[in-house]
Design a protein around this ligand. Structure first.
Ligand SMILES: CC(C)(COP(=O)(O)OP(=O)(O)OC[C@H]1O[C@@H](n2cnc3c(N)ncnc32)[C@H](O)[C@@H]1OP(=O)(O)O)[C@@H](O)C(=O)NCCC(=O)NCCS
Length: 161
């Protein structure tokens, strides 16, 4: 992402999610964190940004204080006028290929299972006892093991590492 203007990423996220996006629970989970460079990518066509994916270091904390690191995937966003052209899938596939060898922990995200389950094997199976620092739909709390890192299944809250 180093050659992409941060403002261009912010403008794309506003276009895809609306400017109310900062109130979303996902922003509270990763508050204060910097994106993981090895797992964050921009899709550029003709010098113009048309898609972005960012991943963040977070952790699952059990009531007894035990912490398990996780990587939070998202936002994934494609410029509205070029959505449904395969760009979102290409961004996710690129990130997952990198995660297969480089992720330091398993992956979690808040997203539609109809998309992230269907194409990328994210499920809510491990997340039933997880909590988040804000409102969420349980069916949209998804996770996936990767690079030999298993998912925690105990009760716990997801937040910054
Ligand atoms: C979600 C998003 C990243 C998908 O990227 P995209 O380039 O538009 O989609 P792709 O072309 O890769 O995939 C298209 C396929 O996914 C399906 N799809 C797209 N979004 C979906 C959703 N939210 N739920 C279910 N299916 C979805 C389409 O129906 C299509 O299926 P088909 O090939 O059978 O017709 C993009 O639409 C976007 O930026 N949306 C707004 C922001 C957002 O909601 N981000 C996800 C939360 S982090």
């Amino acid at each position: 992402m180093s050659d992409i203007e941060p403002q261009a990423v912010e403008a794309l996220l506003d276009a895809a999610f609306g400017s109310g996006r900062f109130g979303r629970t996902a922003y509270r989970i990763r508050e204060g964190a910097d994106a993981v460079p090895a797992l964050s990518f921009a899709l550029v066509e003709g010098g113009v940004l048309i898609g972005t994916i960012q991943c963040w270091p977070v952790a699952h904390r059990a009531a007894d204080g035990a912490a398990t690191p996780l990587v939070m995937v998202g936002p994934v966003a494609v410029r509205p006028d070029v959505q449904r052209g395969g760009h979102g899938r290409a961004l996710m596939a690129h990130m997952l290929a990198a995660a297969e060898t480089r992720a330091d922990s398993a992956l979690m995200m808040i997203g539609d299972p109809e998309y992230y389950g269907r194409f990328f094997a994210f499920t809510a199976e491990a997340t039933g006892a997880w909590d988040l620092p804000g409102p969420f739909e349980r069916r949209r709390l998804l996770a996936r093991a990767v690079n030999g890192h298993a998912l925690p299944t105990a009760a716990g809250t997801i937040g910054p590492r």
